[in-house]
Design a protein around this ligand. Structure first.
Ligand code: NAP
Length: 411
């Protein structure tokens, strides 16, 4: 016999809750796939957890008996994907989220996308965030999928993608009129990298620094996808920009607006170097640091080279340790060994609103904050494994793009 304490035991409650969530997810997944009887199409699928070379397979998916594309429901739209942009986070999803979870049925990798709207759900044309220019069939859009969509396997490395209309923005015309021109730049800028750069650069701490007269800004990881955008934005906002990258990327980030470059490979310890260099300490301290590398040792040493009013904005947590490191950096007072500088760990919650705000940076209508979305390389759909291998080296200079398919309107 079970007594009532069985149902109040936290462990049992957790198990029951997990089962309910899994069941609900299974029903949800089943209903999603039932609602989307796609014709046969190419899709990358995570077939087992691991590195891209073993985790991924290019498959024909979809119900081959169905000849026409499905009609999206509610406020969803159907996009014919022309390009996808890769992100470091993709490697985490394919490496660590078990493929056997019921809600990850046939998981597709990829977060960022650009393409053309081919069908609209009945409410998609009236989505409030598109009120100024309602979405229509044929509109070229781009955006970044939410964590819940990617975690449940609805990634962007697929020829047709159903997404909520509120997650997309129109591709900026400044990048060109064909998908070949505008697709790669839009997938990067309106995707995860651009939206994260926007999140960091519009944080109140960053705004406070940019309001100073010629603020000094340090960007760690300046040649990456997010860093290369932050270099441009910081320069355009009037900052003196110091970028950290290796020597081979020095000219690249100078071209984007960096006034100085620190080659981290030339120093046994970057934290020790920065904390002792007269050019970056005392009166020459930084007003703001964008940390695109998540360098905790550098933050701990930051009182030597970051002004007391300055802020440290990090976009990188260290896996499961991230909450503890963040708590240590924000809550432990200096007398107990904490670091007396303002620290924020930022996490992106993507939206079409944010994508639209980033797109405006590039339009040049008022003030062009972003002159270009740096592209490291463009790979064909068949070479996604090679592209992810490059991503995994952490040596990309800007975004790695996948050309998913030809755009019919271009030919
Ligand atoms: N919080 C969020 O919501 C969020 C969103 C997007 C990205 N992120 C994270 O932010 C980080 C950066 O993303 P990303 O897309 O910009 O990465 P990325 O494009 O893959 O970064 C590659 C760049 O990192 C540079 N790099 C590598 N090691 C370095 C080091 N020790 N010091 C300085 N630079 C170094 C490389 O330059 P060299 O070749 O010159 O070394 C390369 O150009 C990733 O960890 C990503 O997961 C977080």
């Amino acid at each position: 016999m079970l007594d009532s304490s069985f149902f109040t035991d936290p462990a049992i409650l957790s198990l029951l809750s997990a089962s309910v969530v899994l069941l609900a997810a299974q029903f949800y997944t089943a209903s999603v796939f039932k609602r989307q009887p796609f014709p046969k199409m190419k899709s990358w699928v995570v077939v087992k957890n691991g590195a891209p070379s073993v985790a991924l397979a290019l498959k024909d998916v979809g119900a081959d008996t169905t000849k026409s594309l499905p009609q999206p429901k509610g406020a969803d739209i159907l996009i014919r994907v022309s390009h996808a942009a890769l992100n470091p986070a993709d490697l985490m999803f394919m490496g660590y989220i078990p493929t056997w979870l019921p809600f990850r049925f046939r998981p597709v990798p990829g977060i960022d996308f650009a393409g053309e709207v081919v069908a609209l759900g009945p409410q998609a044309g009236a989505v409030a965030s598109h009120a100024a220019e309602p979405l229509t069939v044929g509109a070229r859009v781009a955006g970044c999928l939410s964590v819940s969509l990617v975690a449940t396997g609805h990634g962007s490395l697929v020829e047709y993608l159903t997404v909520p209309a509120e997650l997309v923005a129109r591709q900026p015309k400044v990048f060109g009129n064909s998908s070949a021109e505008a697709g790669p730049a839009s997938a990067g800028l309106l995707g995860c990298a651009g939206q994260t750069a926007h999140l960091a650069a519009t944080d109140p701490c960053a705004e406070a620094a940019f309001a100073l007269s010629e603020p000094r800004v340090l960007i760690n990881g300046a040649s990456g996808a997010v860093g290369s955008l932050l270099v441009q934005i910081s320069k355009a906002r009037g900052a003196r920009v110091v970028g950290v990258c290796s020597a081979k990327n020095s000219e690249f980030i100078r071209r984007l607006g960096a006034d100085e470059v620190i080659d981290y490979t030339q120093h046994a310890s970057l934290p020790t170097y920065l904390a002792s260099a007269p050019a970056y300490t005392g009166a020459n301290s930084f007003d703001l640091v964008f940390d695109c590398m998540g360098d905790q040792d550098l933050f701990v040493k930051s009182p030597a080279f970051l002004t007391p009013q300055g802020a440290w904005l990090s976009i990188v947590g260290k896996g499961i340790l991230a909450p503890f490191i963040s708590a240590r950096n924000t809550m432990v007072p200096a007398v107990l060994g904490g670091t007396p500088r303002k620290y924020k760990l930022m996490g992106l919650s993507p939206s079409g609103e944010q994508a639209r705000a980033v797109a405006k940076w590039a339009t040049g209508d008022e003030r062009a904050l972003v002159k270009e979305m740096p592209i490291d390389s463009v790979y064909p759909m068949a070479e996604v494994k090679e592209a992810y291998e490059k991503q995994a080296t952490k040596r990309a200079r800007g975004k790695i793009i996948i050309k998913v398919q030809e755009d019919k309107l271009d030919s």
